[in-house]
Write a protein that binds this ligand. Structure first.
Ligand code: 1GP
Length: 246
């Protein structure tokens, strides 16, 4: 099954799905094996792989390893056009809509398109909106763009609607890895009442209470990264994924 279709099926059948995020550059292979094992046993629906600062050799090598360790779909969440691998099931084709840096609106896309074509890799067009989660994140620094303030729901909604009208299949609301605050429930419920495409919410989600609030507000997927990488147990991770659908 195509990965986009698989994700849309989850939106139809679950209140909220769960995506695990692995940054493949910052750890050795032994830790990576343990992390994937925890993810496999904690009811996640897919694994995102990517990061803002990854060197190319490691990316390909670690993608292969991750793919060999899981039955879950593995989706590239690219920090740049260099992060492409034929081992992935699909790639989020991200447009950084909250910024005005042409490199992340079209530049990286043009550079990666011929490679994606030659690998016959499935792309998932995704409008990516960076929000101010209270700490300066790698995405903000590396992309040289400013996050949108979380109290400007009208502006955030305008960006999300523009993303939908441009043909994106998902809107990804991002507070950044390890952010102090996760996306507010006010933003999620406003956007979910206006958009007709699913919403992915990531950044700073590290407990079942927050995950449930985000799910109740109308998110279609949450993303958990730092909590997994900090060594959360299967029990702790399952308490998050379980809380999404009650
Ligand atoms: C970052 O949204 C993801 O791009 C996940 O954030 O690492 O804070 O879980 P965390």
């Amino acid at each position: 099954m195509q990965t986009t279709k698989y994700l849309y099926e989850i939106c139809k059948n679950k209140k909220c799905g769960a995506l695990a995020l692995i940054d493949p550059d910052t750890k050795n292979d032994l830790i990576l094996t343990d992390l994937i094992d925890n993810i496999n046993k904690s009811s996640f629906d897919a694994i995102l792989v990517g990061g803002s600062l990854i060197n190319d050799d490691n990316f390909d090598k670690r993608m292969k390893l991750i793919k060999s360790l899981t039955e879950l779909p593995v989706i590239i969440f690219p920090g740049s056009s260099k992060q492409i691998s034929s081992d992935a099931n699909a790639l989020l084709f991200l447009s950084l809509l909250s910024g005005r840096n042409p490199r992340y609106l079209i530049g990286e896309h043009v550079e990666s398109a011929p490679i994606i074509y030659s690998l016959n890799l499935e792309t998932i067009p995704t409008g990516y909106i960076l929000l101010d989660g209270g700490s300066k994140t790698s995405v903000e620094i590396v992309s040289n763009t400013l996050p949108l303030p979380m109290d400007r729901v009208d502006i955030i909604l305008a960006h999300a609607l523009a993303g939908q009208y441009l043909g994106n299949k998902f809107i990804f609301l991002e507070c950044g890895s390890g952010s102090l605050n996760h996306v507010s429930t006010e933003i999620i419920s406003k956007l979910s009442s206006k958009l007709s495409i699913p919403i992915i919410v990531g950044g700073g989600i590290d407990n079942p209470q927050s995950a449930k609030l985000i799910s109740d507000a109308g998110a279609d997927f949450i993303v958990v990264g730092t909590y997994i990488e900090n060594g959360a147990s299967i029990k702790e991770l399952s308490s998050i994924t379980d809380s999404l659908n009650v």
